[in-house]
Write a protein that binds this ligand. Structure first.
Ligand code: CDP
Length: 260
């Protein structure tokens, strides 16, 4: 929740508290295929955020009465581990915030997955926040998009997120927790670079129309870098699979020797 707390100086000249410039992203590492049992998975380590996404499906719909004869239904679950931030979150299970994030993520993937190709099925997408430091819904959906592609589910595009907001009167991208909590505003955005669509946009705080126009340009620019990391993660996953398959193949001649 953005609050204007003037006593915290979040930006000095062009330098933010953690040393970043206004358009710098925090360090970002994406690993695809981290879970053996899920259909698809990805881990996103973004600054101090660590978010794991897992995908199951398309599979039979449960409960059955939810079945859609024309398309797959998409379920998205976001949850924050009790040990994910400085204060223990205490009670497990979804709160209002987690339900909201699951709902906005569902809208993203309903507009991203070719659901009409899998009528009468469902796709379950889970985002588990292991460690949080601002921007976890963005990190979660970015991870989930890689996990959906890793599961082999046809999509219109890899989607990715970046947040933009205002601290100390300056527009900045990829706000961390202190910038999000103490800054003037914060907009998490999910985009598709291929179609130039905005799939999620949630404004917290106040911005002028010019700020928003400029901010969206910054988001689309930064999203290119996030997309590169997603593509790289998927390529690395398939390189690992190729290596494993090669290792498992019997060496030429070995089989014949054993038979003899
Ligand atoms: O994480 P995101 O920016 O998508 O959501 P937020 O509601 O704006 O929360 C910003 C940050 O506050 C989170 O990333 C967490 O670090 C922290 N937070 C928390 O620790 N416990 C909560 N119940 C909500 C937020």
């Amino acid at each position: 929740m953005a609050q204007n707390v003037s006593s915290v100086k979040l930006i000095d000249g062009d330098r933010r508290l953690d040393g970043r410039g206004v358009t710098d992203l925090r360090s970002l590492k994406i690993t695809a295929g981290v879970l053996k049992k899920a259909g698809g998975s990805a881990l996103v380590e973004w600054g101090k955020n660590k978010v794991l996404a897992g995908v199951y499906g398309p599979r039979e719909v449960f409960p059955k009465h939810m079945t859609d004869p024309y398309k797959a239904i998409i379920n998205c679950k976001y949850s924050m581990a009790s040990f994910s931030s400085l204060e223990d979150h205490g009670r497990a299970g979804p709160n209002r915030r987690a339900i909201e994030i699951g709902k906005v993520a569902k809208h993203v993937f309903e507009n991203n997955i070719f659901t009409n190709l899998f009528p009468k099925t469902m796709v379950n997408i889970s985002m588990e926040v292991l460690q949080s430091d601002g921007g976890t819904r963005i990190a979660g959906i970015t991870a989930a998009s890689v996990a959906v592609v890793d599961a082999g589910i046809p999509v219109k595009d890899l989607v990715q997120g970046v947040s933009v907001g205002k601290i100390g009167g300056r527009l900045v991208v990829d706000l961390d927790k202190i910038e999000d909590n103490m800054g003037q505003s914060d907009i998490p955005v999910i985009v598709s670079l291929r179609s130039k669509e905005v799939l999620l946009y949630q404004l917290d705080g106040m911005l002028t129309r010019d700020d928003i126009n400029e901010g969206m340009d910054l988001v689309f620019e930064a999203a290119k870098l996030v997309r590169e990391k997603q593509v790289q993660a998927l390529k690395e996953k398939y390189e690992r699979v190729e290596e494993q398959v090669a290792d498992e193949k019997p060496a030429a001649g070995k089989e014949t020797e054993e038979v003899m």
